[in-house]
Design a binder for this molecule. Sequence first.
Ligand SMILES: Cc1cc2nc3c(=O)[nH]c(=O)nc-3n(C[C@H](O)[C@H](O)[C@H](O)COP(=O)(O)O)c2cc1C
Length: 132
Amino acid sequence: MVKMPPEIKDIVAKQKPLPIATADKAGKPNVVFVTMWKILDDETLLLVDNFFNKTRKNLEENPNMAIVVYDSDAKRSYQLKGTVDIENTGDKFTSAKEMADSKKLPGKAAVVFHVKEIFEATYGPNAGKKII
Ligand SMILES: Cc1cc2nc3c(=O)[nH]c(=O)nc-3n(C[C@H](O)[C@H](O)[C@H](O)COP(=O)(O)O)c2cc1C
């Protein structure tokens, strides 16, 4: 896992909704918005599965996930790639369930995203380059 530098973590924190991209085993891509999520620590995000369908199936057969973030004030964008664990018990699930309960949503699982790579995604000469 890698640690999000503070300036990137701050931009990640501002994303509402957050787009998350997954793929099935054959590589067919899928992207959805998520608003029920939070940063757990410098390396980890917690997302709540309330309505995931293809997303959930994809993550069960292929744990790779990517997100892209953009700060329109700073004009900075980053891609974060990593893997997820789907948790149905334990502290992270309890936390996901609390978030879901507060909005009367199902809270079916905690999707724990471990950041493994960060890429520059701002337009310009460094676009696409790996940062960490
Ligand atoms: C603004 C917005 C926020 C959403 N937030 C969540 C969320 O936090 N959790 C969730 O499970 N689904 C959320 N959804 C639903 C998913 O985006 C999506 O509709 C669902 O995962 C079904 O698509 P899929 O079959 O590609 O997984 C949200 C949808 C929108 C439009």
